[in-house]
Design a protein around this ligand. Structure first.
Ligand SMILES: [Zn+2]
Length: 375
């Protein structure tokens, strides 16, 4: 893997517990940085506290508050609570510690009097934190139960691993260390590094305080949980609803390009629905529409007062279709998998707007009926 890509993986702390269970796909990489944060204890003593990512990992191991999740059995969203204890010692609030081993376990522990200005010492602490977590938790399962019926369960299995170091980086690092020993002058050696070598060095250091978290199993499957959420769109997509579930099913199974094909078909169908609204307009130029590209078609529809894309999508209006097409023709599987949640969201925004319109029309119809009946 290119050492440049590594920083792009989303951080665990950027997800809520709910999102980790409900949205993070199987085998997608979430990074946990074990690099500690500088802090002060009781406003005066310099201290270190574990990183936000480690704190979130701890939250995941001992979920303290109920989490709202779709229960596929109840067919409704319910609060879920954790059922299993993961054998992690409970942290004591405001606890202080001096051992990097103990400290790395607790989310609210502060490490007092660490050598905060010494990069090497911080590196060692971060590395200890990484290895302790890895030793204790190479694999774990989080189990939650529905508060409506305790037999309704959601289980997620996770694995933790450290990023791999390729032979080239390994070799570079050995040579770099040797040179450094010979020169005996760290400053001078580091200054002479080329940009490419600096990147390798950064990557090497980064692997020492980073963990990859992967969801390796889930029951009910992510797709089942999401399908339950999606059923409301059946009203709009009708017999083509299965294209949406197929797109998400493929994404959940790690198939990127295939999932894009279905999303694009849905967008095309939605566009066709809007088109059908326009064909009977007296000033509608069917020939012009037929010979236009997607973005121009959207423009033509808008000129006739039919909006395909809701205003929230204005910033990506001219790019949405081309991103989906590139997904099919140019992007790699991995790129498609990374982009899928965004594209899915765009499609859902269009569908949500249509649902709103249908609701509104029904309400107005009902209101008119009631008022007319009253007189
Ligand atoms: Zn339930």
């Amino acid at each position: 893997m290119s050492s440049k890509e590594f920083k792009n993986y989303p951080h665990l702390s950027s997800f809520s517990i709910e999102q980790i269970i409900r949205d993070v796909g199987l085998y997608s990489i979430v990074q946990i940085s074990t690099w500690s944060q500088k802090a002060t204890f009781q406003g005066k003593t310099s201290a270190l506290s574990v990183s936000d990512d480690v704190k979130r990992l701890y939250d995941l191991l001992s979920i303290s508050k109920p989490v709202n999740l779709p229960c596929v059995k109840c067919k409704k969203e319910y609060p879920f609570v954790q059922t299993n204890e993961l054998g992690i010692n409970k942290a004591r609030a405001g606890m202080v510690d001096t051992s990097p081993t103990n400290y790395s376990f607790f989310s609210n522990t502060m490490m007092l009097n660490p050598d905060i200005e010494n990069e090497r010492s911080l590196n060692e602490i971060a590395n200890t934190c990484q290895s302790v977590i890895l030793k204790e938790l190479p694999f774990f399962v989080v189990e939650l139960r529905c508060t409506f019926n305790p037999d309704h369960k959601i289980r997620c299995a996770f694995s933790l691993e450290s990023p791999t170091i390729d032979i080239e980086t390994e070799r570079f690092y050995r040579e770099y260390l040797l040179k450094k020993l010979k020169a005996y002058d760290q400053e001078a050696t580091e200054e002479t590094l080329s940009a490419k070598d600096q990147e390798k060095l950064d990557y090497y250091h980064w692997t020492n305080h980073t963990l990859y978290l992967k969801k390796v199993g889930q029951s009910p499957s992510l797709a089942d949980m999401q399908f339950f959420d999606l059923r409301k769109y059946q009203k709009i997509l009708k017999e083509n609803y299965h294209e949406l579930t197929r797109a998400i099913g493929l994404f959940s199974a790690g198939v990127g390009i295939g999932s894009f094909v279905y999303l694009r078909r849905i967008l095309e169908r939605l566009c066709e629905d809007s088109h059908q609204q326009c064909v009977s307009f007296p000033d509608w130029d069917e020939g012009k529409y037929k010979s236009s590209h997607f973005n121009e078609r959207v423009e033509l529809l808008e000129q006739h007062g039919v909006l395909l894309l809701p205003s929230e999508l204005t910033p990506v209006k001219n790019k949405l279709y081309s991103v989906m097409s590139k997904g099919i023709h140019e992007y790699s599987e991995k790129e498609c998998l990374e982009l899928f949640p965004c594209v899915q969201m765009a499609i859902e925004l269009i569908l949500d707007k249509r649902l709103e319109e249908i609701d509104r029309e029904a309400k107005i119809k009902e209101m008119v009926k009631q008022i007319n009946n009253a007189t």
